[in-house]
Design a protein around this ligand. Structure first.
Ligand SMILES: Nc1ncnc2c1ncn2[C@@H]1O[C@H](COP(=O)(O)OP(=O)(O)OP(=O)(O)O)[C@@H](O)[C@H]1O
Length: 374
């Protein structure tokens, strides 16, 4: 069983509808119930800021600060983390758009928010992800990249450097006579980064597939079969160097076409994650709404297990409005599966009765008017 990472104290200041909120937690899972608009998802979002990135809503920081607040927002947490107890403070100062989120670990400013991954991993499933299978490829790519990031924190740096290089190339190609040596140098950089990104994604899919294979048959949720398409599809198994040369040649040959299009038409930014319902052997997008939800739950649970297995520390799991779509038996199975992962899970719902099967494994809190009570 992986080591349990859990939050023991949470304090929010000027975060969404919370002016000031503080409460203590123990190792148990946390069930947050309350009426629509009470602030349950806001609390989940606050916890998601204990991981790098823009949180589970991918919101602009200016929208996260409480309306009327004088100066940004802050989230403070005490966590029994991967390296022992740690105090985490994160937030923004001022309401400017585009500003970076600051992080303090045990009172000391951290260089980047990426340092959070030394202490805990936070994974989530929200109703906004329900359209994952039917929505745009970009959503699935982002989902996949978050999976990769939770095991390989370097993935984010590679992706943003690739993006920067690609923007430089697009800009250069739009010039009347771009300097070919400069374009080549940028393409070489893109080839290295792009292939590393593709390989990191493939490695993640391989690990997940192996885990799904091992746990086949003993799950109440369907297993997802995942593959990638849209970039270097016919090159599986080639060494990284050959893949880089291949991608480099594609970029060189595509210069005129890309210049005309005003963007780079081939690369890891064009990949799509293909998802199939394993047991039915059917594309996820053609499954029923309920089947899609179950598939997504199965996928997130498998990923959470993988993170626990690989790091030795169970991730914190945020399951927003998870119980509503499931029948009684499935709900009970979900709580068992979540508990078996060995981490602390936060779950929300409008009705406490939905969580009956969780029993004493959970702590039940009511959210109302920007406050949390027993
Ligand atoms: N920056 C902000 N400042 C103040 N209030 C905000 C801010 N952003 C969102 N809110 C408010 O927070 C409230 C609670 O939102 P939240 O999404 O957490 O509700 P919820 O309890 O999850 O509800 P539901 O059950 O409907 O999903 C909403 O009424 C919203 O208007």
């Amino acid at each position: 069983m992986p080591h349990k990472v859990y939050i023991t104290r949470l304090k929010l200041t000027d975060f969404r509808n919370y002016a000031a909120l503080a409460f203590d937690l123990d190792q148990r899972h946390v069930v947050l119930t309350g009426e629509n608009g009470a602030g349950k998802t806001n609390l989940m979002e606050a916890i998601s800021f204990l991981s790098p990135g823009r949180g589970l809503r991918r919101a602009a920081y200016a929208d996260v600060a409480r309306i009327g607040a004088a100066d940004g927002f802050s989230v403070f947490a005490v966590v029994d983390g991967m390296e022992g107890p740690v105090e985490i403070g994160t937030g923004t100062a001022g309401g400017e758009e585009g500003q970076a989120r600051r992080l303090r670990l045990n009172g000391t400013p951290a260089r980047t928010v990426d340092e959070l991954t030394d202490h805990l991993r936070v994974l989530w499933l929200t109703p906004a992800m329900d359209g994952l299978f039917t929505g745009p490829a970009g959503d699935r790519r982002r989902f996949l990249d978050r999976l990769v990031l939770s095991l390989d924190p370097e993935h984010g740096r590679r992706a943003s450097e690739f993006d920067r290089a690609m923007r430089s190339r697009n800009r250069l190609l739009s010039e009347f006579r771009p300097d070919p040596a400069w374009v080549s140098a940028i393409e070489r950089e893109m080839a290295g980064l792009g292939v590393s990104m593709a390989l990191a994604r493939l490695e993640m899919l391989g690990l997940l597939a192996a885990l799904v294979e091992r746990s086949q048959g003993n799950s109440s949720f369907p297993s997802a079969r995942l593959s990638l398409s849209g970039f270097l599809d016919d090159c599986h198994g080639l060494p990284a160097y050959d893949l880089e040369e291949r991608y480099l040649a594609m970029l060189q040959e595509g210069r005129l076409r890309d210049a005309a299009a005003g963007r780079t038409l081939e690369g890891p930014h064009r990949s799509d994650l293909l998802i199939r319902h394993g047991e039915k052997d059917m594309e996820a997008e053609r499954c029923s709404t309920g089947e899609q939800k179950a598939l997504l739950i199965g996928l997130v649970l498998a990923h959470a297990r993988l993170v626990g297995d690989m790091t030795g520390h169970a991730p914190i799991l945020l399951l927003d409005e998870i119980a509503a779509h499931l029948d009684r038996g499935r709900r009970a199975a979900l709580f068992d599966r979540v508990d078996e992962l060995g981490g602390q899970a936060f779950m929300t719902g409008t009705d406490r009765a939905m969580f009956e099967a969780l029993g004493e494994r959970g702590r039940y809190l009511t959210v109302a008017n920007g406050r949390v009570s027993e």
